[in-house]
Write a protein that binds this ligand. Structure first.
Ligand SMILES: Nc1ncnc2c1ncn2[C@@H]1O[C@H](COP(=O)(O)OP(=O)(O)OP(=O)(O)O)[C@@H](O)[C@H]1O
Ligand SMILES: [Mg+2]
Length: 240
């Protein structure tokens, strides 16, 4: 059985002025899977997600979503087509309540019943958010803000959920919790493109991974194989 590709990057090149940040990468995200992009600081992970989301322009190459060329389409169009981004550093609205933040994620939707059902689903995933429904986003702890950022993205019912370093800056116990919940979101049907410096956590929950170094993919493969790979173990898993 051939798998259906939701998102494909074809020979994508991105520049910031003279800086060649993405140097011709090819990535495939099949429906129903978690695909991860791992790499060190400055490798180009955020740039890749920003380009897909329509926040940064590609110079050449293509972004294809569900068979349609969406290269350099504006961010609101890309979002409306079904791609949601949880940005690096969890940018929630600090002056809005948890509930209002969640509703911002659903602003494109008109199906009231569906929105209600998704709220219940999110409160099952993150019971702590339910307890804090009226609290202002800015007064949540870092971990809770990350949960809110993920939940807000889920409220748009994305066909593809992209997450930029969701584990960054969290206490170890919360890191495990966030990876567990990402796995659960995927098992309940959402396709995920996950960017992480925490290679171990990301490879453990994903199906397939790409290793990005200074704008190029230097290695790719099934995540369980990457976990056993010597280069990955030395450079990204801290194994001597
Ligand atoms: N707005 C910008 N203007 C100029 N250069 C940029 C800009 N944003 C990123 N870069 C450069 O592009 C390269 C890739 O950056 P990017 O943020 O994509 O890396 P990253 O893999 O997400 O790193 P990190 O793990 O630190 O978040 C870096 O060399 C960075 O300095
Ligand atoms: Mg980044």
């Amino acid at each position: 059985m051939s798998e259906e590709i939701v998102l494909q990057l074809e020979n994508l090149h991105v520049y910031y002025g003279a800086i060649h940040a993405i140097k011709g990468i090819n990535v495939k995200v099949p429906r129903g899977k978690i695909i991860t992009l791992i790499g060190a600081n400055g490798a180009g992970k955020t740039t890749t997600l920003s380009t897909i989301a329509g926040l940064v322009k590609a110079k050449t190459g293509k972004v294809v979503f569900e068979g349609r060329d969406i290269t350099n389409k504006p961010a609101h169009i890309v979002n409306r087509m079904g791609i949601a981004l949880v940005p690096e550093g969890r940018r929630i609205f600090p002056g809005l309540t948890v509930y209002e933040n969640l509703m911002m994620g659903a602003y494109n939707r008109k199906d009231k019943d569906g929105i209600e059902r998704d709220l219940e689903w999110i409160f099952q995933l993150f019971p702590r958010l339910k307890e804090r429904i009226k609290q202002l986003g800015g007064t949540l702890s870092g971990g809770e803000q990350q949960m809110l950022a993920i939940s807000r993205a889920l409220m748009s019912r994305p066909k593809l959920l992209m997450m930029d370093e969701p584990s960054l800056g969290l206490a170890p116990i919360l890191v495990d919790e966030v990876f567990e919940v990402i796995k659960k979101i995927n098992e309940e049907g959402t396709t995920i493109l996950l960017v992480e410096q925490n290679a171990l956590g990301a490879l453990k929950i994903s199906h397939y991974g790409y290793v990005l170094e200074t704008g190029s993919i230097v290695l790719e493969g099934p995540s369980n194989e990457l976990l056993e790979n010597d280069m990955v173990r030395k450079a990204y898993l801290g194994v001597a």
